[in-house]
Design a protein around this ligand. Structure first.
Ligand code: SF4
Length: 467
């Protein structure tokens, strides 16, 4: 029987009053064997919760009474207790295949599990989806879901996934949409394979077969120096421009046919092609913000709002779509970013002259145009410190994939007197992707949530937006 291991109990919570301890295993809730936190949450919401616990091999019962909907106060070791559905595709562009050795184990997990799609916005290819999964999605209203499309042509899709079932698994997408499930799609563009006419055909296929899709994000593949796939090529400026032309042409067609843009290109495309980002309204509420679509424009809008004393647009980063669930911390890239108290205490807010914002190479391209505005409205002298991503190499330049070792290398030769601001997008569970802690850096840094309002607050020395 699957069991959920307790890793923390909130002091003063209903669960704490029963004596449940970290290390205990929860076997059932109200008599139901637990498969995942989705079922857990449904049972934990009840006003009376009977927990079957195993401690040191002995089983015992605990009963909790609380208001309906109030959290139990348990943190569990995983969102899925009966094993994550792993991916059996072999996509040549898969970033997990391009990771260097020696990183955290959770980063190497290739999941293709609709539950993690619902919980955290992970994209699933549906190649392992079943009739029983469809029934559960519909009966428990697990919506929205996130589906990797890549191509609507069956041959191209199975070639890209290196899985014969890739040719047929989009039938599940049609079934989900027909049943009214909200689904967001994604196309990872690999130049020479699914750009150009194939991308055009894919967006035609979306209009033809999947017009109920809420959105389709078009994003470029990442090519790290560790790829072993000769077919995988970085985008050139010309290819990026051509992808933008295709997406924008299709936005107009979708607008005419459906009354909405439906397809959106990743921020990286605008950086690569040297074109301005679309306006805030063009993103139609930033439905794929977490996927790197509209982040730059939303960030700028938040900076301008904060400088004008207006409320932020509220599309900043989230730790997961289900952040409210008791004990369902995302793992890997979507893990909570929060940093520990010692690193914050070490950083402090020191009364020094210059402020230096540490960022990645794409982050620099987004922040540089905002510097005059920030300099004019906030007191300290200000500069950007761009850190090249030597760890991954290739075309990996987004700030979120910076590693501690690269930041250490750059910071070591920087002046000790600056006040360094580090965006929290580089951290998950207090650490960089390579396991380096903020406290390992050679200069004290102040970790700042990665949104415009928090940056302005940090520059003004206002702790209101610090965590
Ligand atoms: S489906 Fe995702 S995890 Fe699986 S191989 Fe492809 S890119 Fe990697």
């Amino acid at each position: 029987m699957p069991a959920a291991r307790v890793v923390a109990v909130t002091p003063g919570s209903p669960a704490a009053s029963t004596g449940i301890q970290p290390g205990d295993e929860v076997l059932t809730l109200n008599g139901e064997a637990l498969r995942d936190v989705i079922r857990y949450q449904l049972q934990a919401d009840e006003p009376v919760v009977e927990l079957e616990i195993r401690r040191g091999g002995l089983e015992q019962l605990a009963v909790v009474e609380k208001p309906a909907g109030a959290p139990l106060g348990l943190e569990l070791d995983s969102p899925v207790f009966d094993r994550v559905q792993t991916c059996d595709n072999h996509c040549p562009f898969c970033f997990i295949h391009q990771l260097p050795k020696g990183m955290r184990r959770s980063l190497y997990l290739k999941d293709d599990d609709y539950r993690l799609s619902f919980l955290y916005g992970n994209f699933t290819t549906l190649t392992r989806f079943t009739e029983a999964d469809l029934e559960r999605v519909l009966s428990e209203k697990l919506s929205p879901l996130y589906v990797s499309i890549h191509a609507t042509d069956p041959d191209v899709r199975s070639h890209l996934l290196r899985n014969r079932r890739g040719a047929t698994s989009l039938r599940w997408l049609a079934a989900l949409l027909d049943a009214g499930v909200e689904v967001h799609g994604q196309v990872v563009v690999c130049p020479g394979i699914n750009d150009g006419d194939v991308l055009d055909d894919t967006l035609l296929g979306v209009l033809d077969r999947f017009p109920r899709l809420a959105t389709v994000g078009v994003v470029p593949l990442g090519v790290s120096a560790h790829t072993s796939e000769p077919e995988m090529r970085e985008h050139t400026e010309a290819v990026a421009g051509a992808v933008l032309d295709t997406v924008e042409r299709w936005q107009r067609r979708f607008q005419d046919a459906l009354g909405r843009r439906l397809a959106f290109a990743a921020d990286e495309y605008y950086v690569l092609a040297g074109r301005p980002f679309p306006m805030v309204g063009d993103y139609e509420g930033f439905p794929q913000h977490e996927n790197g679509i509209g982040m730059a424009r939303a960030f700028e809008a938040d900076v301008r709002a904060a400088l004008a004393g207006e409320p932020a647009a509220g599309v900043g980063p989230r730790a997961g779509f289900f952040a409210w669930v008791d004990g369902a911390p995302a793992d890997g890239y979507r893990a909570p970013r929060h940093f520990d108290a010692p690193s914050r205490a070490r950083a402090g807010k020191r009364a020094v002259g210059r402020v230096t914002i540490v960022t990645g190479q794409y982050g620099e391209r987004v922040l540089a145009p905002l510097l005059p505005l920030l300099r004019a409205a906030t007191a300290p002298p200000l500069r950007l410190l761009s850190v090249p991503n030597r760890f991954f190499g290739g075309n990996i330049a987004v700030t979120g994939l910076l590693t501690g070792r690269d930041v250490i290398d750059v910071l070591a030769s920087e002046p000790a007197g600056d006040r360094y601001l580090l965006p929290d997008v580089v951290l998950s569970r207090d650490r960089f992707l390579d396991g380096v802690a903020v406290t390992d850096l050679p200069r004290p840094v102040q970790v700042v949530p990665t949104d415009g309002a928090s940056l302005v607050a940090a520059l003004r020395g206002d702790g209101a937006h610090e965590r």
